[in-house]
Design a protein around this ligand. Sequence first.
Ligand SMILES: Nc1ncnc2c1ncn2[C@@H]1O[C@H](COP(=O)(O)OP(=O)(O)O)[C@@H](O)[C@H]1O
Ligand SMILES: CC(C)(COP(=O)(O)O)[C@@H](O)C(=O)NCCC(=O)O
Ligand SMILES: [K+]
Length: 240
Amino acid sequence: MQVKSVSVLLVDAGNTRLKWQLREGGEIQTAGFAGYDDRLTETLPAADKVVVASVAASGRAEALFAAAGMDTVILDHCLTDYPHFQHCYADPTRLGVDRWLAMLGARRAEAGALIVIDAGTALTVDWLSAADVHEGGFILPGSEMAANTLFANTGRVRSYQDEENRDGTKPGQDTLSCVRNGVRYQGLALVSKLRSDYPQHSLVITGGDGQWLADSSGVRYCPDLVLDGMDSLCAGSFLA
Ligand SMILES: Nc1ncnc2c1ncn2[C@@H]1O[C@H](COP(=O)(O)OP(=O)(O)O)[C@@H](O)[C@H]1O
Ligand SMILES: CC(C)(COP(=O)(O)O)[C@@H](O)C(=O)NCCC(=O)O
Ligand SMILES: [K+]
């Protein structure tokens, strides 16, 4: 008798946007991303199960999927009893579920001690020991947030329309490039310092702003570690 494999729609609901993949037997069938739009669910493929990992404001992702009548498993906090994983937060439910899932995804990609960098709305850095102990992390403003914070909280640092955001890290010669290049340089400096301070750890980078950071610093880029971590979770007894 042929056993029909279950299709699972995995959704990573971040603070900026949603990333999704339809997987069947772990294989990616289709994938995409979208903003928080009321019509989002109309564009998503049908699946036997839908799992949404959300760090967005409470209820934001839930509301989208509930309105579409989709029977959805919402993961809005980390599991505290996941086999072989040891949390370091006194209250692990406070750890962003995306950070935890990115660590699970990174473990699938690489063995040994890891530093997992997720360059999204926020830039997070998490230390995972070879024995899957979460040893701690950092939460920093992501590159858009860092630039926007300067634009929003100063009188004269502005995103001038007649200035161009080129992809550089050289000292800027107008306001926009001083901000954008400075933020990029800060990201590179962080990665370089992590490398020199933690030579025994392998670095992996994910997230919407991660490709540039990884390419520019010679670090491995894994585009969807949060979704990979969700797939690991679903491969266990989580959905049973
Ligand atoms: N198509 C895109 N739409 C929105 N942001 C994008 C896109 N491509 C790259 N980015 C960059 O990715 C960042 C968001 O990264 P992402 O990992 O999706 O964040 P989050 O998980 O916090 O929603 C944005 O700040 C932006 O700079
Ligand atoms: C740090 C984050 C905002 C990152 O979210 P993202 O940039 O992926 O949208 C998220 O993981 C979060 O809300 N964390 C909760 C606090 C914590 O991890 O301690
Ligand atoms: K993320």
